[in-house]
Design a protein around this ligand. Structure first.
Ligand code: NAP
Length: 285
């Protein structure tokens, strides 16, 4: 059996076009302030990708680049100014921040109504309660992917590997919503005998940040495999000196799964598409 490879780019494009259509109908141009502190190359490439997507969807971005030695107080002051600025609908502070800045303080300073990443405790709390809120883009993108390819989630066993605040935890809370109705197991480094859980998964979501963690023998025949991992693995033969690898050993998994997302081109494009949707929503609020 060879799995159907999920075309995340195509589904993301449809979602982006939908966001662009919604944006066009508004009387204001949805605008996102994108704050980058320091020069982490991966962060820089994420920020550039987000700004390009916003512009292609007819939305605005306020590009704010700050030096790595920016103080926490200066960043808090900037957030306060952006919160008060009616022409800015959403605020995105690219993570990770330099070590001397407390990420929690920064996230909590963002007005929940402008928190398009959905990381603020108010939005996280509402997600757990099943209320309307900004939903973190990566887990939301995964749910939209599953829906778009027509995967039945009701009564299925979803196993998530990874309990981060940006992927694993919000995804767990989305998958147990009544309209999705999956039964969810959440694994982490404290999990004993990880394969005994992954082999039970009808839907397996790998979000550990560990290249090749999930081998073919850890996957149930016919499972849907969603690989969230984006890992830079050194490779002297690659132009940039590295290649992007997922958490799943693709060549093995493709023989066991019914559907699988590639890396790159699977979950990644959906994350940006859902950000656009959140920016439109922020402009409506
Ligand atoms: P993170 O904060 O480092 O969390 C990783 C989680 O995986 C932790 O809960 C950790 O467990 C768990 N884990 C790590 N190794 C494990 C192992 N061997 N067995 C079981 N659990 C293990 O990472 P993240 O921010 O969630 O990101 C995860 C991956 O997704 C990364 O590769 C990241 O680049 C990628 N990502 C991609 C997108 C996208 O748009 N495609 C978006 C976000 C993240 P503990 O809690 O016990 O430490």
């Amino acid at each position: 059996m060879s799995a159907i490879i999920i075309d995340g780019k195509a589904i993301a494009l449809k979602t982006r076009l939908d966001a662009a259509e919604k944006a066009k109908r508004l009387s204001v141009m949805p605008t996102l302030a994108v704050v980058l502190v320091g020069e982490n190359p991966a962060s820089l490439s994420y920020v550039t990708g987000k700004e390009k997507a916003l512009s292609e969807a007819g939305m605005g971005s306020r590009d704010i680049r700050l030096p790595a030695d920016t103080t926490e107080d200066a960043l808090l002051k900037l957030i306060a100014d952006l919160n008060a600025d009616a022409t800015v609908h959403g605020i995105l502070v690219q993570l990770p921040l330099p070590r001397h800045i407390n990420e929690e303080h920064i996230i909590e300073a963002i007005d929940p109504k402008k928190d398009v990443d959905g990381f603020h405790p108010v939005n996280m709390g509402k997600l757990v309660l099943g209320e309307d809120c900004f939903i973190p883009c990566t887990p939301h993108g995964i749910v939209v992917l599953l829906k778009e390819i027509g995967i039945e989630t009701k009564g299925k066993h979803a196993v998530i590997v990874g309990r981060s605040n940006i992927v694993g935890k919000p995804l767990l809370n989305l998958l147990i919503r009544k309209n999705i109705n999956a039964t969810v197991t959440l694994c982490h480094t404290g999990t004993q005998n990880l394969p005994s859980y992954t082999r039970q998964a009808d839907i397996l979501i790998a979000a550990a940040g560990s290249p090749g963690l999930i081998s073919g023998d850890m996957i149930k025949e016919g499972a849907v495999v969603i690989d969230v991992g984006v890992n830079r693995v050194e490779d002297a033969t690659a132009k940039k000196g590295f290649r992007l690898k997922g958490d799943v050993l693709f060549d093995e998994a493709v023989e066991k799964a019914s559907y699988i997302t590639p890396v790159p081109g699977g979950v990644g494009p959906m994350t940006i598409a859902m950000l656009l949707q959140n920016v439109v929503q922020a402009a409506i609020l």
